[in-house]
Design a protein around this ligand. Structure first.
Ligand SMILES: Cc1ncc(COP(=O)(O)O)c(C=O)c1O
Length: 404
């Protein structure tokens, strides 16, 4: 290769194999400050000396060395999330389940015990009741709204009180300040999954929770194109979760972290639209003869509406709601098949309005009796209200109800 064809990163021409392997190296070029963070899709960084490598490994805030441990895009996501939550620190994981797992791993060891709300997401239910027992960690599920039930479940080995801001899919509102106070009195860590609410709607750390977790796959990502999870809260717990994540290998990839950061920029706008639209849809559904029951914390008919108003003071209650068809489970397929705009999607929090059936998807790991016990009946549908024009969504529901 001639001197004129030299790539900017290398100081002189090298043989093709060397030039190809070093393609795109522009380390010496001053790029100025880019508005959007570049994607650092590199598994490792190079160092000029052992001393420099040792310094970065000893002081992670001074740089990055290996992708599984930390990467610039992940750090950007974590730093922003800690600020949004008002938390001391945050660490990302490759999925929401990964975040929950490393958060629990930070404070638990074999022989320990968790008290968790019985209405939690089905994946978390499976982790707590089917996976963690293999490592000697047991869970008792209770209705955390019942203080006596929590007190009765406590064992000398109990370490964590685990609940969701808004339960998936039944939209029960957890009384965060009361549960945090109870956890403190019982010497337990309070862990809150706030996937349904996001820091725009409710910030559990500001109510005193030790740890808040999110599946950033959902609202934080918001476009059904990125996977991730976040653990934010007390610096000592986050540090231990980070360490657990490094050795369990639940790293979030650079592109997913980058997408999560990109999406955080519009999170407040999206959550406002999701919440205002969900309020409209919930009020409309409540008036439909084809609908048996609507669960949405923004409705005055919701049993914890007053609590929701206290914990979500901006009048935004998120985009998730649940409802039951009056015609029962046999009408579900006809209803879903008749919808033209709203799609059946086994996830949530997209910018489009999507419908899911918790019994067959998110809560599949539970037995029918366990599902019935927490109100996940076969006729229950979970609706993730998007940011579209709701007139089109209501028209779609209206024509589908007429066909039942
Ligand atoms: C409340 C809640 N927590 C955690 C998760 C798990 O997230 P992920 O699918 O990214 O692992 C989900 C997934 O739906 C969820 O709804």
């Amino acid at each position: 290769m001639t001197k004129e064809m030299e790539l900017p990163g290398l100081e002189s021409a090298h043989r093709p194999a060397t030039e190809a392997a070093h393609a795109g190296e522009i380390a010496s070029r001053d790029l100025g400050t880019s508005v959007a963070q570049p994607i650092y899709q590199t598994t490792v960084h190079a160092f000029k000396s052992l001393q420099e490598l040792d310094r970065v490994q000893t002081n992670p805030e001074e740089g990055w060395f290996y992708y599984r441990n930390a990467s610039p895009n992940r750090t950007a996501f974590e730093t922003t999330m800690a600020r949004l939550e008002g938390a001391e620190a945050a660490v990302a994981a490759g999925s929401g389940m990964g975040a929950i797992f490393i958060a629990l791993s930070a404070v638990l060891k074999s022989g320990d015990h968790i008290i968790a709300d019985e209405k939690i997401y089905g994946g978390t239910f499976a982790l707590l009741t089917q996976q963690l027992p293999k490592f000697g960690i047991e869970t008792t599920l209770v209705n955390t709204a019942d203080e006596l039930a929590v007190r009765t479940a406590v064992r000398p080995t109990t370490r964590v009180l685990y609940f969701e801001t808004l339960t998936n899919p039944t939209l029960q509102v957890s009384d965060i300040p009361a549960l945090v106070e109870l956890a403190r009195e019982l010497n337990l860590y309070s862990f809150v999954d706030a996937t349904f609410s996001t820091p725009v709607v409710c910030r559990p750390v500001l109510w005193g929770a030790d740890i808040v977790m999110h599946a950033s796959t959902k609202y934080i990502g918001g476009h059904s194109d990125a996977f991730g999870g976040i653990v934010a809260g007390r610096a000592d717990i986050v540090k231990a979760a980070d360490l657990a994540g490094r050795f369990m290998g639940v790293t979030q990839g650079a592109f997913d972290a980058w997408l999560n950061v990109r999406s955080l920029k519009t999170l407040p706008l999206r959550m406002t639209a999701h919440s205002q639209n969900a309020q409209k849809v919930a009020e409309w559904l409540e008036k439909q003869p084809a609908v048996q029951n609507v669960l949405y914390p923004g409705l005055p008919s919701h049993p914890q509406h007053e609590l929701a108003k206290k914990l979500m003071p901006d009048g935004l209650y998120g985009g998730m709601l649940a409802f039951e068809l009056a015609a029962g489970p046999k009408a579900l397929d006809a209803f879903i098949g008749a919808l033209k705009v709203v799609q059946l999607v086994p996830s949530l929090a997209d910018v489009t309005t999507t419908l899911s059936h918790p019994g067959l998807t998110s809560h599949r790991a539970m037995s029918p009796a366990q599902r019935a016990n927490i109100g996940v009946r076969d006729e229950l549908l979970r609706l993730s209200v998007g940011i579209e024009d709701m007139a089109d969504i209501l028209d779609d529901f209206d024509q589908a109800f007429r066909q039942l």
